[in-house]
Design a protein around this ligand. Structure first.
Ligand code: MN
Length: 129
């Protein structure tokens, strides 16, 4: 019998500390994690690897998370991938912007790693079926 295929989460995050924290917990619970450090790389990896979900920091270099999400949601090849935005503030304005950009959900930083895992699981289910 072959190993069940692990679900893949693309983590787009430019802050190294956050990247390590989220990657470590997601990997620990069993998801396969891909990393991008700016919006351009995030879009490229999403198109190339078709992850099951994208965790998108909003404040990232080159192309910000709002614009990167808009582009992914405008592309038939990537629009079905759920995007969870990681925003700096829990403002109503950010929530609106997240929805307008096409994000499926958003989490306001600082986010507890456990909360990130819960939200990922809500969209894609357990790490492997
Ligand atoms: Mn950032």
């Amino acid at each position: 019998m072959s190993e069940p295929k692990r679900k893949t989460v693309l983590l787009v995050e430019d802050n190294e500390d956050n990247l390590v924290v989220y990657r470590t917990i997601l990997d620990y619970v069993g998801y396969h994690v891909l990393e991008a450090r700016d919006g351009e790389e995030g879009i490229r990896l999403a198109r190339q690897e078709h992850p099951d979900l994208i965790l998108m920091d909003i404040s990232i270099p080159k192309i910000d998370g709002w614009e990167a999400t808009r582009r992914l949601k405008a592309d038939p090849g990537t629009r079905a991938i759920p995007v969870i935005a990681l925003t700096a503030h829990a403002l109503e304005e950010d929530r609106q912007k997240a929805l307008q950009a096409g994000c499926n959900s958003y989490l306001a930083k600082p986010v507890e790693p456990r909360r990130v895992v819960e939200e990922v699981r809500r969209f894609v289910g357990p790490p492997a079926d």
